[in-house]
Design a protein around this ligand. Structure first.
Ligand SMILES: [Zn+2]
Length: 507
């Protein structure tokens, strides 16, 4: 295994370290905490942090690190430096709407990670990604690959020209060489084609296997879309993903297949009839290859992005595993912050990843590490250093439970972030409804309430509903917001009446 870069650790003087926690911040108003918080004021003392090392920690804890071989290329030590700079423009996938490609700018660079901002939108929608992410592309990529580009708010779709935009706003595009060429799984077998049907696990509700369509193919990945559901459930995966299975897999394996929403007789769903009715084909079963089991085991240590505060990467322990996922516990934190992550999530890394990539690592909280000056306002959540804010990067820190991403009051609020695309006017929404290439493959009709207005609704009837585990009281309007805030959320579709056949399977 590669050893953490000791030099970096030793060269860090105290000031540098503090700066590093704040990262290479964009020079913008956001940098100043609005609530007057001094977010880094109770950073563990430098001595305490410098004294921390994985080696020593593992010995103390009699623990083992997750072997580096278990990590994929996207999770493991990067081969290249992060060459992105704040302000550079690019194109990329909206994590909340995986079928949508947007105009993005680099808002912050930290180690091998980037905070990306949707041009024209509030910073509360910003998200973090790795510099080698397959979700980002250079300027002009959409045009070249015939994908719809979701342009900055305030621009007319028919008038938007990248080069004019860059010139008028004196912006720089991110050079092509900064984007990784992806071919880790080899090319996509030609048997996989857009529009073909398969059976796929709902990643937000992994006990469900549903009727799905390949909505898009980019390089070695395909976009899974669930028939008659909105695109917030979509996800990109490679063809070897355990989440995708051939048509007929459920029947062969004694599993319940969830029919498309609104299917007239969901309990008697027939692939033959459905393929005929939709004039579509199934992906040939022989081309599916199963990836070997992930190999992570309980008690292994690793470094994991903290989704509640995604600028942070913490020392973490695998505490449970299932076929496709692992449950991560942040060392030193209460178990209520544990959550399940996909074993192939780009947000888990082998130990030493932060050190090698120059990213701060949040080490386990020890009461003695925190030196609080008399009269200093500090976040009351044990272990929280006041970094980050429930309302996104506009506030770089907090000093009360109100802004704390870990406070009990905010743990319940994980679905409160409004949907970026719903900010728009109805007119824009209608013109944007063509953004998805899957528009003709599926349709939606929630009494006109939701934004996907597709031309020819097919098989749409009364919405069949899935029951939400313990969340029956959720406001309908809130449901389609924030579903991508993975974590404590039990994936859900619609509250209220549950159909006879589609109740959430308890497991
Ligand atoms: Zn806090």
């Amino acid at each position: 295994m590669k050893q953490p870069n000791r030099k970096r650790k030793l060269s860090m003087d105290s000031k540098e370290h503090l700066n590093q926690d704040g990262c290479l911040e964009q020079a913008e108003e956001e940098k100043k905490p609005r609530d007057g918080a001094t977010p880094l004021s109770h950073v563990p003392s430098v001595a305490a942090q410098e004294a921390w090392s994985w080696e020593q920690y593992l010995t103390e804890q009699k623990a083992i690190a997750a072997p580096v071989e278990l990590f994929s290329k996207d999770q493991s030590f990067p081969e290249h430096e992060n060459g992105f700079q704040v302000g550079m423009r690019l194109e990329g996938i909206d994590p909340r709407h995986p079928s949508v490609f947007c105009v993005l700018s680099v808002a912050e660079v930290c180690g091998y990670r980037l905070r990306l901002h949707f041009d024209g939108y509030l910073s509360c929608y910003d998200f973090w990604t790795n510099a080698g992410s397959p979700d980002i592309h250079p300027v002009g990529w959409c045009e070249k690959t015939k994908h719809e580009l979701h342009i900055p708010k305030g621009y007319r779709k028919d008038k938007f020209v990248w080069m004019d935009y860059l010139k008028a706003c004196k912006l720089q595009n991110a050079p092509k060489k900064l984007f990784r060429n992806r071919s880790s799984n080899g090319p996509m077998p030609k048997e996989f084609q857009v529009g073909m049907k398969l059976e796929a696990v709902d990643r937000k509700n992994p006990s469900l296997v549903c009727v799905a369509t390949i909505a898009d193919i980019v390089e070695d990945r395909l976009l899974v879309h669930f028939d008659n559901w909105d695109d917030s459930y979509d996800y990109w995966c490679d063809v070897n993903s355990p989440y995708v299975q051939p048509v007929g897999w459920c029947q062969e394996n004694g599993r319940t297949l969830i029919a498309p929403q609104g299917y007239p007789d969901p309990e008697n769903f027939s692939w033959t009839e459905y393929l005929e009715a939709t004039q579509t084909n199934a992906v040939p079963a022989k081309v599916f290859k199963m990836r070997p089991p992930h190999g992570f085991l309980p008690s292994m240590r690793l470094e994991a992005v903290d989704r509640r505060n995604p600028r942070l990467i913490r020392v973490a322990t695998v505490i449970d595993v299932d076929e496709q996922r692992l449950k991560v516990h942040f060392d030193g934190w209460d178990h209520k912050y544990d959550y399940w992550m996909d074993a192939d999530s780009p947000d888990i890394h082998p130990i030493g990843w932060c050190d090698i990539t120059g990213h701060p690592l949040e080490v386990p909280y020890r009461a003695n590490d925190v030196k609080i000056l008399p009269g200093q306002a500090v976040c009351p959540t044990p272990g929280c250093r006041g970094i980050g804010h429930i309302r996104g990067p506009r506030y770089s820190g907090h000093h009360s439970a109100f802004g704390c991403p870990y406070s009990d009051m905010n743990l319940k609020k994980e679905a409160t972030l409004h949907d970026r695309l719903r900010e728009q006017t109805q007119a824009n929404l209608e013109s944007d409804s063509s953004h998805s290439r899957s528009k003709n493959l599926c349709s939606l009709n929630f009494n006109g309430k939701h934004e996907k207005v597709n031309s020819q609704p097919r098989l749409v009837q009364q919405a069949k509903c899935l029951k939400i585990k313990g969340k029956e009281d959720i406001d309908l309007d809130n449901l389609f917001r924030g579903l991508s805030v993975a974590g404590g959320w039990v994936g859900c579709r619609l509250p209220g009446a549950s159909s006879s056949s589609r109740q959430h399977e308890s497991h």
